[in-house]
Design a protein around this ligand. Structure first.
Ligand SMILES: Nc1ncnc2c1ncn2[C@@H]1O[C@H](COP(=O)(O)OP(=O)(O)OP(=O)(O)O)[C@@H](O)[C@H]1O
Ligand SMILES: [Mg+2]
Length: 308
């Protein structure tokens, strides 16, 4: 990697793998100027980049065709929680709303579009948003990718897989946030991931909507048989509302093992995005943070996480 001193423009050839993680500033050997080091994303090309060796990456799609059920809130907080627990995590936003970057207080110049079109290298398309957490941002430019997918005669549904497969081994988890509905990018996301996490809002949920979604999922499974529904996550639980408890009962009967502990309705979860913070940063003592910590433990399969 070549780093250019902003003062004297001298080029320095450095091995980013030898920079200790806590070192953020460099000193130019030629002119003595100090300047911030660029952030190095883990790269599949560099054998010793942080955590790149022998990772068994898990790919999790957060999906339900219904809007406003907590997909983005879950993707962001699950990704942030896993990173906080010590895993290397890539969060991929496949939605033109581009909410994931906003929720993490990031303003990336590039993202998933540039990775898919190969306009930029993976290193340039990725944005490190926290320690151990990288983002491939979504946003309006993804509309062009949807057109590109639709124009392909063959293999359009593999577009996202082709872009992500070469970089995924640098991460323990790739979390893919999807948009509501069934757009080509959501279908692509479902062809890429092997695990599905479906948030179901206990406020607006109808079992019918969930069953319809699961039918569509099954039709994709025919062609992508390593993908499976792994988690059903009830969201917006409010026990003052009778319907919530009833739906929980039904879900438990239907999905027992797959059912996660619910995420309660918690106003802190809706306030955190405006501050660009995860729930763990914004309100670590809130119900919202407690509930998402439970989800992180379940997904990681580690009950000991976050014990202090
Ligand atoms: N458990 C919760 N308690 C209170 N508010 C929540 C909770 N979960 C999410 N919210 C809020 O509800 C709104 C919708 O959540 P979110 O954006 O995560 O849903 P989504 O499924 O990603 O929506 P879309 O389908 O439009 O992408 C947001 O304003 C979010 O802050
Ligand atoms: Mg969303």
């Amino acid at each position: 990697m070549v780093v250019i001193c902003p003062e004297c423009r001298k080029e320095h050839h450095i091995d980013e793998n030898r920079i200790p993680p806590n070192v953020k500033v460099a000193k130019c050997r030629a002119c003595g100027a100090r300047f911030p080091l660029p952030v190095f994303a883990p790269s599949p090309d560099t054998e010793t980049a942080p955590g790149t060796e022998g990772k068994k990456t898990r790919t999790i799609g957060v999906a339900l065709s219904k809007g406003g059920v907590g997909k983005t809130t879950t993707s962001v907080n699950l990704a942030a929680g896993l990173a906080h627990a010590g895993y290397d995590v890539l969060l991929v936003d496949t939605d033109t709303q581009g909410q994931d970057a906003y929720m993490l207080g990031a303003k990336p110049k590039a993202g998933l579009t540039e990775l898919v079109t190969k306009e930029l290298s993976p290193q340039e398309a990725l944005c490190q948003v926290r320690e151990r957490l990288w983002l491939l941002a979504g946003g309006k430019s993804l509309a062009g990718i949807k057109r590109l997918i639709s124009r392909k005669d063959f293999g359009g549904e593999m577009t996202l897989s082709e872009a992500l497969k070469p970089i995924e081994s640098a991460y323990d988890f790739v979390i893919v946030d999807t948009s509501p509905g069934w757009d080509p990018l959501t279908v692509n996301a479902l062809f890429y991931v092997t695990e599905i996490l479906t948030p179901v809002s206990l406020e607006v949920m109808t079992l019918h909507g969930l069953l319809e979604f699961l039918k569509s999922l099954a039709s994709i499974q025919k062609y992508h048989n390593t993908m499976a529904l792994k988690y059903i996550l009830p969201t917006f639980l409010d026990l003052r509302i009778k319907q919530s408890a009833k739906i929980m009962e039904k879900l438990d009967k239907l999905y027992g093992q797959l059912l996660c502990k619910p995420i309660r309705y918690n106003v802190r979860l809706s306030e955190a995005p405006a501050f660009g913070q995860s729930i763990f940063e914004f309100a670590p003592g809130s119900h919202g943070a407690d509930d998402y910590r439970d989800l992180v433990r379940k997904v990681a399969g580690r009950e000991d996480l976050f014990e202090s």
